[in-house]
Design a protein around this ligand. Structure first.
Ligand SMILES: *Cc1c(COP(=O)(O)O)cnc(C)c1O
Length: 433
């Protein structure tokens, strides 16, 4: 770094320390385990959008259920502070707050892609020329495959039924206007819209309220994949009147690798026993479930979409994480810090690396969550090698082909100082090139 960059770096570092000192939720960082570098230092962990860190209390919650199994065996279904039969119910209220829903609209079950299929089975009901699903051309592969295979499942042609939206030429994100225009244009042919709440690659927040309003005008159903939105940005699914949504809990919700996901079904549908679905015994009326009479009567809440009795050890990890969210004051409180933290990230990049890093993520705070997606392909150094050198310096970010580094400072456990150190290291690498 040259002298003027050095001065800037020092000023930003001072600013970062001050911001950390007045951060009202800074202490929550101590409630998480950080992976260590070879030198035994905490890694700078900016991949909470991929796998959130482990809360220190998770072990205790999981062990509690192992102990219950050890000491009670099958009686654990009914006995103890957190019996297994209703265990998922202990998660519902906090999870509902996280996505802005009534508690009868939310259930923690299965994993994300499984839930997408269950929701598509209920809410993709092609009839006549109304057989199209609108999604992004750059949708996460699993979402793309789920939609494509559902269309084939109905004996239809993906090429005709997948309506793919993409950024306008020269843009990296899709505007709300573009999406609304498409909805209007295909108003008589659309059966369903499936979009992300936060786009995984660019970090763009979609205007879920506007999109849902537009779809409602033409009786098109709307679902959102909230993998990168749940625990990251405030959501208001009930008020927006979304039909369904699915999310995972291992990203911003810190519940461990492959942990159980969440699902929202609008109360307009949950109360309708005739709503078609793929059914299992765990979705059947709780009072008569064990009579084993084989007359399916769904629970009139989102629980009516459950198939199996759930893996309790995984739910225990979700419960531990949700307790941390509850104590910190929910997503609203996290969002206050997140806007500042990612804003500071943006400012550090602008001041230390003006013109050297292209940011794909929108600048407007309303249109982004924690994550910034950076393109750092310079003439003399490839983005991939920058990414690898960051790794060697103990900084975890995420590489996405062909040329993007995603970095997500998470307000629950990342600090302003870490953001600053990351940008200084990036500046050092890019200047050395
Ligand atoms: C992370 C992610 C997934 C992963 O799906 P799983 O079924 O949990 O493996 C799917 N879709 C999106 C948009 C994601 O970000």
């Amino acid at each position: 770094m040259n002298e003027s960059q050095h001065t800037t770096a020092q000023r930003l570092e001072n600013e970062a320390r001050q911001l950390d000192a007045i951060d009202p939720i800074a202490d929550f960082r101590n409630e998480f385990y950080f992976p260590k570098t070879e030198e035994g230092q905490d890694e700078i962990y900016f991949v909470g959008n991929s796998l959130g860190l482990q809360p220190k209390i998770t072990r205790e919650y999981v062990l509690q259920e192992l102990d219950a199994w050890q000491s009670r065996g099958v009686r654990g279904h009914f006995q103890g502070d957190f019996p297994w039969l209703p265990y998922h119910e202990f998660l519902t209220d906090t999870m509902s707050e996280i996505v802005g829903a009534q508690s009868n609209e939310v259930v923690v079950m299965n994993t994300l892609t499984v839930n997408l299929h269950l929701m598509l089975a209920s809410f993709y009901r092609p009839h006549g020329k109304r057989n199209k699903i609108l999604l992004e051309r750059q949708a996460f592969p699993s979402d793309h495959y789920a939609v494509e295979s559902q269309i084939k499942w109905h004996g239809l042609e993906p090429a005709q039924c997948m309506l793919l939206v993409e950024p306008a030429p020269g843009q990296s994100t899709i505007s709300t206007e573009q999406i609304c225009e498409r909805i209007h244009q295909y108003r008589d042919e659309l059966a369903l819209i499936l979009l992300p709440g936060v786009q995984y690659y660019t970090g763009q927040v979609f205007d879920m309220q506007k999109i849902t309003e537009k779809a409602r005008e033409f009786d098109v159903l709307v679902g959102f994949d909230l993998a990168h939105a749940a625990g990251n940005i405030p959501l208001n699914l009930s008020h927006w009147d979304v039909d369904f949504a699915c999310w995972c809990t291992y990203k911003y919700l810190n519940s461990g690798p492959g942990s159980i996901g969440g699902c929202f079904v609008n109360s307009r549908h949950t109360g309708n026993p005739d709503c078609l679905r793929l059914a299992g015994w765990w979705g059947h009326d709780k009072a008569s479930r064990f009579r084993m009479e084989n007359r399916f009567s769904p629970i009139p809440t989102a629980e009516g979409w459950q198939l199996s009795n759930p893996p309790i050890l995984s739910l225990a990890a979700v419960r531990a994480s949700l307790d941390v969210f509850k104590r910190v004051g929910g997503v609203g409180r996290l969002r206050q810090k997140s806007v500042r933290l990612t804003g500071f990230f943006h400012e550090c990049l602008a001041q230390l690396l003006p013109g050297k890093v292209q940011i794909l993520t929108p600048t407007e705070p309303q249109q982004r969550g924690c994550q910034l997606s950076l393109k750092v392909d310079l003439r003399d150094i490839s983005g991939k090698s920058v990414f690898e050198q960051l790794e060697s310096a103990g900084i975890r970010t995420d590489w996405r082909e062909p040329d993007v580094i995603r970095a997500a400072p998470v307000p629950l456990y990342n600090s302003y100082h870490e953001v600053c150190r990351f940008v200084i290291e990036l500046a050092r690498l890019l200047n050395a090139a």
